[in-house]
Design a protein around this ligand. Structure first.
Ligand code: FE
Length: 131
């Protein structure tokens, strides 16, 4: 990973499509079963929609039944950051881009072996690069 990316809210708002801005910079959540990638089984890499950092690989993607793209692990541990999130009356762990701090989704401890983790990620926070 290269250096951190820091931009003003105004810059992000200018650069990102409205749905991408709402999820990545305002911690929005897209409706289940509506995003571009929840059912995708193509082979490739999922990049941060805001900065292009490699975040997840299709090899770690699985069908969780949630209606959001779900991964058992990030591409590399440094690809993402995890932070406690007590919003909306729930105790969850937020997942953000390790490079630009964009909100991606949450990670839950109910994933498949080997990791036991479910990275529940908004399609709007991702760009897919086919391999
Ligand atoms: Fe990013």
């Amino acid at each position: 990973m290269k250096g951190k990316i820091e931009k003003s809210d105004e810059q992000w708002r200018e650069e990102l499509a409205p749905d991408v801005y709402r999820v990545t910079r305002e911690k929005g959540t897209e409706l289940a079963f509506t995003g571009e990638y929840w059912a995708s089984k193509e082979t490739g890499t999922y990049l941060c929609a805001a900065c292009g950092e490699e975040l997840f690989k299709s090899e770690d993607k699985y069908d969780s039944g949630s209606g959001w793209p779900s991964f058992s692990a990030p591409a590399e541990q440094a690809s993402v950051e995890e932070k406690p999130d007590q919003s909306h009356g729930m105790i969850r762990t937020e997942v953000t881009c390790g490079r630009c701090d964009s909100h991606l989704g949450h990670v839950f401890p109910d994933g498949p072996p080997e990791t036991g983790l479910r990275y529940c990620i908004n399609s709007a926070a991702l760009d897919f690069q086919k391999r």
